[in-house]
Design a protein around this ligand. Structure first.
Ligand code: MN
Length: 232
């Protein structure tokens, strides 16, 4: 048997302790803050959360410059609280959910908004709008055993020093334990899974040269520069 090419090494996220966290899968929650749900043109009724997925290889560490992706002229930031799963399970009850969390991080769900909206309006999959190369910047993962469980606290995003998103984790329509309960009814969660929990209002476009900072109270910020247009 011949190994035809080198398999890709799993994406390794860093923890605040200097450990490597092998990323398995990325689940993202859509429309999980009322104000953002309204700005996207929907009524923030408490419907069950919905999910989309991204490849693990879309994770890039804070401090990176990401390429401006091809195929878009409306590349959007979405500041998010990210949950890192440490132990797996199916049909996890919301009361048990926190036991499955390794830790928390700041992150960005970068989006080709133009492609996502066309897909949404035509009833097509969101993949090319959402599952974009380098579209999941991630800060250091803080173990819950160090910082506790994040249930509230300011979440902000600045672009070139100007505040664009400002909300509170307490404003999540579905808090993290509920998200884990819903998601684990659909998939067996596994160690290494990341959950991007949704973004507050104020999403908008960036262009090459812009610098974004996502901050959440108690967590290390994610700092990302938008680099040149991908051409390799
Ligand atoms: Mn998002």
């Amino acid at each position: 048997m011949t190994l035809l090419f080198e398999p890709q090494v799993p994406t390794l996220a860093k923890t605040t302790r200097g450990d490597d966290f092998p990323v398995r899968r990325i689940f993202c929650v859509g429309r999980n803050y009322s104000e953002h749900t309204r700005e996207m043109g929907f009524d923030p009724d408490r419907e069950p959360p919905f999910f989309f997925t991204k490849w693990a290889e879309t994770v890039v560490p804070s401090g990176s410059a990401i390429c401006y992706p091809p195929g878009t002229s409306n590349f959007h930031y979405e500041a998010e609280l990210v949950v890192a799963i440490g132990s797996g399970g199916r049909n996890i009850a919301r009361e048990d959910a926190e036991k499955h969390i390794y830790g928390y991080a700041t992150g960005l769900d970068m989006t080709r908004r133009d492609l996502q909206l066309v897909a949404r309006d035509k009833g097509r999959p969101w993949d090319t709008g959402k599952n974009v190369e380098q579209s999941c910047p991630l800060g250091l993962i803080h173990p819950a055993s160090d910082v506790g469980h994040i249930q509230n606290g300011a979440i902000t995003l600045t672009v070139n020093g100007e505040t664009k998103q400002s909300s509170d984790i307490a404003d999540l329509i579905w808090p993290v334990p509920d998200v884990i309960a819903f998601l684990s009814a659909l998939y067996r969660l596994e160690p290494g899974d990341l959950i991007y929990t949704g973004t507050p209002a104020g999403v908008g476009a960036v262009v090459p040269g812009d610098r974004m900072i996502v901050a959440i109270e108690g967590l290390t910020p994610t700092e990302i520069e938008v680099g040149s247009i991908a051409d390799d």
